[in-house]
Design a protein around this ligand. Structure first.
Ligand code: ATP
Ligand code: FE
Length: 338
């Protein structure tokens, strides 16, 4: 079974070929246009997807060493995401499926992030995927959720952010310091040189497993404002300590609730997913929790943390085995649901 996966939910145009669960190619065209605006501009993203999609799919097929006639089905991200962006991938998938007379399979972007743990990176990859039921901390640019994964197609969000996502907290605070978009990776590398105990930032106290990052962002803003009044070079002189303090606070907030969920539900099989899972501090925190609390952890390879199409193709592959195809009339959706 050979699947083409297409991902176009935000600002990355991506295509991947997966054969029986093994990745043959995984191509991503990153859109540079948004850097200038300090965030993703939906209209520009949709246009860039239109320009990228044919060369990206072409390259994925060539790199996999197959012909498009070899494809069994096409999986595409149907949502959640930016509607204009999703429309490009969805329409392309439909058109190609008609031309090749093969089925299409809709994939939920958030479920796909979770299912990266089931990807086989090559023929000799024999890593063990998480065992059900497991908890997945999904932290990305648009979402921060704790998901109870009961099976491949049974996922329940047990906690989520009530305002900003963890990635947004990284990006917005980075912007306040004058860094370019996305700021998460910049903070990550600066944090390595800094002392995380330098600045105290506010942590929310919410019941249950929900997250909130807007208070942290505000406390960071006030800290910068107050200090910049006294010293205009405050950020420049303290960027490593600021980054380390911010990153540690975000990680503490994330791990706290995840730990609570693992205790309450008595689940020690714990996975990490989404763009923020590339963060080296968060990955380290997972390893520490594994040692301390006997967790069996699953951390994705860096290539599968941010948006990619291999995660879409693998999700499509499982649906293909269930013959869960979709109708050509299907329309993309923006709403964040799993
Ligand atoms: P969603 O999946 O919720 O629709 P998205 O697709 O935009 O959102 P991803 O591509 O999964 O999000 O992740 C992008 C986010 O990950 C950005 O906010 C970025 O700053 C963050 N990120 C990437 N690398 C790191 C890192 N090393 N440290 C912290 N954050 C990071
Ligand atoms: Fe994503």
């Amino acid at each position: 079974t050979i699947l083409l996966g297409i991902e176009s939910s935000c600002d990355d145009t991506a295509a991947s070929i997966v054969k029986n669960g093994v990745v043959l190619s995984n191509i991503i065209a990153n859109q540079k246009v948004h850097k200038f605006f300090g965030g993703v501009v939906p209209e520009l993203a949709a246009r860039a997807h239109q320009q990228n999609i044919i060369p990206v799919v072409d390259t994925a097929i060539k790199k996999a060493g197959i012909q498009k006639e070899d494809l069994s089905a096409i999986a595409f991200t149907c949502g959640p995401g930016l509607l204009g962006s999703l429309l490009v991938g969805t329409s392309f998938a439909k058109g190609l499926s008609i031309a090749l007379n093969i089925p299409i399979i809709e994939v939920n972007h958030l479920q796909a992030h979770v299912l990266v743990h089931f990807i086989k990176q090559n023929e000799i990859d024999n890593h063990k995927p998480p065992q059900f039921p497991f908890l997945c901390l999904l932290v990305s640019g648009g979402n921060s959720q704790i998901i109870l994964v009961k099976s491949i197609n049974e996922m329940r969000v047990i906690g989520q952010t009530i305002d900003d996502a963890a990635g947004e907290a990284f990006d917005k605070c980075a912007k306040l310091m004058g860094f370019s978009y996305p700021g998460g990776p910049i903070i990550d590398s600066l944090a390595k040189e800094g002392n995380p105990d330098t600045f105290q930032l506010s942590k929310p106290s919410l019941p249950g497993y929900n997250y909130s990052f807007s208070g942290l962002k505000t406390s960071f803003l006030y800290l910068l404002r107050n200090q910049l009044k006294k010293n205009p070079f405050f950020v420049e002189e303290n960027k490593a300590d600021l980054s380390a303090s911010l990153q540690t606070t975000i990680i503490d907030i994330l791990m706290n609730k995840l730990y609570k969920a693992s205790i309450d539900l008595d689940i020690k099989e714990v996975a990490l997913a989404g763009g923020v899972s590339a963060n080296s501090g968060l990955r380290k925190a997972f390893e520490e929790f594994a040692k301390k609390h006997n967790w069996k952890i699953h951390i994705p390879s860096i290539a599968f943390t941010t948006d990619n199409a291999a995660m879409v193709a693998i999700s499509g592959y499982f649906k293909y085995l269930d013959k869960a195809f979709c109708q050509i009339e299907i329309v993309p959706f923006a709403k964040k649901t799993i």
